[in-house]
Design a protein around this ligand. Structure first.
Ligand code: MG
Length: 384
């Protein structure tokens, strides 16, 4: 109502007839309404481990910080995503888990995990036989992306008697119930003769000794364990973090550590060095993809608002994209390499614990917590 009166006053040239107080109040209302309908010119990408959560516990005031990115109604106000090298579960499952832990409504499209770029390889391996490695539900993740012929390394290894000579000592190892029936035997014979075309390390390996053994078998033999040496199938890693911060006080070994171990062993037992492709931060492609995802999110928030430069969501340009992370060699290095419009913010709640900035990969800003990071961003982008 106030907005309508103010507009009419302006249209009829009565602007000077408004009292200064009334004019100022109308101005504020107008600018608030105007800013709500205009696309924000910035977006935010948050790392999860060591910034938002430690294990399953929110840290650094993360629930309060995230709530500030929503309207009072609970609708998303500021475009933001989670950009994590972690994974093992479908984006939809991770989004609902994060929504519960952080008490805000998070959409699957706001969760970009280390393995999310594997979607781009569906065309190449859609019907090929592939093996998925890692904690959680690696095969379900890949099936969800569209890969039609995928087995988890747990299932795959269970078809090969004696492939893991230590299995009998592993109290957690459970053989599938179907082991005894005839269909399992039929499947086993087809698994034996099917060449593995690629292996995907989707999330952190749970059983390094078994996974290094079975991957060496697959990779040395051209995808047919127990057979002769063959051409190495493709190997993909969702990320290459040497370490990450979880609930334990010091950092834990990540997928990069597993890759190092596999590579060291493989290169000792095979004549050709291991060939592989790693995704995840700090790979610049991850930051390009994050920008695209944020653009799409922004256009879904403001479907009718005109873009700053062009009319398609892809052509909208952000003035600033904030990367909030705890790991200088992953989050900050990646944002620095990606260049403008990325602006890096380093928190002290995870891997980085220094007083000053990081020496090798200095961030644009260092703060104690994610709450401070969001305060800074909102003060800069949405001054009251
Ligand atoms: Mg982290």
């Amino acid at each position: 109502m106030r907005f309508a009166i103010f507009t009419r006053a302006l249209q009829s040239g009565n602007r000077r007839k408004l009292s200064p107080q009334l004019f100022s109040a109308f101005s504020r209302s107008f600018s608030q309404l105007h800013s709500q309908s205009k696309r924000p010119s910035f977006g935010i990408a948050f790392d999860i481990d060591g910034v938002i959560l430690l294990g399953h516990t929110p840290i650094g005031g993360s629930p309060i910080a995230l709530k500030r990115l929503y309207q009072n109604s609970g609708d998303l106000r500021i475009p933001y995503i989670f950009l994590t090298n972690g994974g093992g579960f479908r984006e939809s499952k991770r989004a609902s888990e994060l929504s519960e832990l952080l008490d805000v409504n998070i959409q699957p499209s706001q969760v970009v995990q280390g393995h999310s770029p594997f979607k781009q390889l569906v065309k190449r391996y859609e019907s090929e036989f592939i093996v998925a490695v890692g904690k959680g539900e690696p095969a379900a993740v890949m099936s969800d992306y569209g890969f039609k012929n995928v087995l988890s390394i747990d299932d795959y290894a269970s078809h090969f008697d004696g492939i893991d000579p230590l299995a009998q000592y592993k109290k957690w190892a459970i053989k599938p119930a179907s082991n005894e029936n005839s269909s399992f035997k039929e499947t086993t014979s087809s698994i034996y003769s099917q060449r593995v075309q690629a292996a995907f390390v989707v999330s952190d390996s749970v059983d390094w000794s078994r996974d290094i053994q079975v991957l060496c078998d697959i990779l040395r033999t051209g995808g047919l364990p127990g057979r002769e040496i063959g051409h190495q199938p493709h190997l993909y890693f969702a990320s290459d973090d040497l370490e990450y911060q979880a609930s334990f006080p010091s950092e834990r070994l990540g997928m990069g550590a597993f890759r190092t171990a596999l590579e060291a062993v493989f290169n000792r037992i095979h004549h050709n060095p291991l060939e592989y492709t790693s995704f995840g931060k700090p790979n610049p492609l991850v930051f390009q993809n994050a920008e695209t995802v944020l653009k799409q999110l922004l256009s879904s928030l403001h479907p009718n608002a005109p873009a700053v430069n062009q009319s398609t969501p892809e052509s909208h340009h952000f003035k600033t994209l904030y990367m909030v992370g705890d790991n200088p060699s992953v989050d900050i290095k990646g944002a620095r390499q990606a260049g403008r419009p990325w602006f890096s913010i380093l928190t002290r709640t995870g891997v980085f614990k220094g007083k000053e900035n990081h020496a090798e990969f200095p961030a644009d800003l260092v703060v104690d917590t994610v709450e401070e990071a969001v305060d800074y961003i909102l003060e800069k982008e949405c001054p009251q």
